[in-house]
Design a protein around this ligand. Structure first.
Ligand SMILES: *Cc1c(COP(=O)(O)O)cnc(C)c1O
Length: 410
């Protein structure tokens, strides 16, 4: 079955009692049991069942199983937000005195998590250029517990070579954890490309309408958790499920960042049209990037699948779509703001991968708390615009962009 057929027809759980075509929202905190013995058996893990929604709930499970079916993953846990997925997954794999390897080209809040909480808990964060394999090797030691990066960084649009990174990590038994929010399964087969654990902000492409927050931790089943120092007791008890088991029984359950049943329902709905929306947004984005290249007002344009872009080689061999984000620069802040303020269809806002196109000047907003030197090191500039291209009709987007560019140039 193809991606969308699976998303529509794969039946991951039992049929609904009333045969509802759409799995219901089980809006209940707890679940009752006929017999005390049954409740005990579920608590002991001898029987499947839901007891309390913070740990599990039928609607959330339906969403997780749908993701598992579509992605072919080994294990899936849904969380309240993308940040919850990142923090839960990473805190399940590190402890005080450990270190992780990453890059400084990260989603703003991920970077902030690394710069604050991780150091508070004495986990050292080593920043490298993830396309520099020698630098990765040099930073690995006996306490290195994982390498974390993003499938496409934004707004810089850097794309790592995952199989190359994996080949280094393999020698040292270190898992490759990648935030693949920018490139869902239909345009990037992360598992085949060496990614052991995928972390996704479901708030973005999966939701599509920009209406709910959600996150996913996806274990691709490719890393042997036997070789992970912090999962030893869990491997002894749960074998290959060690990572999922630690999350379910400790990190996730105790931190309590549970997705709501209502959000799970909406995200399941989003999965059904994911491929249609992502294909449309990617083809719009590539066309917009090519169009911007032709405009004299535009100083530089970047898009992973734009020929000549820095990411092109890695993106074209790993992805079948370049994602929603196009980054381009106008001469200065004034021109960028005149452009932004004269957009009619494209909205000014900070989200990405919404059905609607959104634009923002990251230098002055997302990175407002950073110094000019730091912003320069993150490759940001004052006239930079991050455009998240939606699923509108292409001609309307181009007309909106052209009108705003002309006014900014005058
Ligand atoms: C939005 C985003 C996140 C955080 O997700 P939330 O659902 O907002 O918590 C993490 N990583 C990337 C790449 C994102 O775009």
């Amino acid at each position: 079955m193809g991606f969308t057929t699976k998303a529509l027809h794969a039946k991951p759980t039992n049929k609904d009692t009333y045969g509802a075509m759409r799995f219901p929202i089980y809006q209940s905190s707890a679940f009752e049991f006929e017999k005390a013995e049954d409740l005990e058996a579920v608590f002991k893990g001898q029987k499947m069942g839901h007891v309390y929604t913070r740990s599990s709930n039928p609607s959330i499970e339906e969403f997780e199983l749908k993701v598992k079916t579509i992605s072919g993953a080994f294990g899936v846990i849904a969380t309240a937000t993308g940040m919850a997925a990142i923090s839960n997954a990473l805190f399940a794999l590190v402890k005080s005195g450990d270190n992780i390897i990453t890059t400084s080209f990260l989603f703003g809040n991920t970077l902030s998590l690394f710069q604050t909480l991780f150091s508070d808990f004495d986990v050292e964060v080593r920043y490298v250029d993830v396309n520099d394999l020698e630098a990765i090797k040099k930073n690995i030691d006996a306490r290195t517990r994982l390498l974390f990066c993003e499938s496409v960084s934004n707004p810089q649009l850097i794309v790592p070579d995952f199989l190359a990174i994996k080949s280094v990590l393999k020698e040292y038994n270190i898992p490759l954890i990648v935030d693949t929010t920018m490139t869902p399964w239909n345009i990037f087969d992360a598992r085949k490309n060496g990614v052991d654990v995928e972390i996704i902000s479901a708030t973005k492409y999966l939701s599509g309408g920009g209406h709910v927050l959600g996150g996913l931790i996806v274990d691709n089943g490719t890393f042997n958790w036997k070789n992970h120092a912090n999962l030893e007791p869990f491997f002894k008890k749960f074998g290959p499920f060690a990572f999922m088991a630690r999350l379910r029984k400790e990190t996730f359950r105790n931190l309590g960042a549970t997705l709501t049943a209502q959000s799970a329902y909406l995200l399941s709905l989003g999965l059904e049209t994911l491929d249609l929306r992502v294909q449309r947004s990617c083809s719009n984005a590539l066309a917009v990037a090519k169009h911007l290249q032709e405009r004299s007002e535009v100083i530089s344009v970047d898009y992973p699948l734009l020929e000549g872009s820095r990411a092109y080689a890695n993106a074209s061999k790993q992805f079948s779509g370049g994602g929603a984000i196009v980054t381009f620069s106008l001469a200065n802040k004034e021109k960028a703001y005149t452009f932004l303020n004269n957009l009619s269809i494209i909205k000014r806002g900070t989200n990405i991968q919404d059905n609607k196109s959104l634009a923002i000047a990251p230098y002055h907003t997302i990175y407002a708390e950073y110094s000019d030197e730091q912003k320069a090191s993150y490759e940001l500039n004052e006239g930079m615009i991050r455009l998240s291209v939606g699923i509108e009709d292409l001609e309307d987007l181009i007309a909106d962009i052209d009108k705003a560019l002309e006014i900014s140039a005058s």
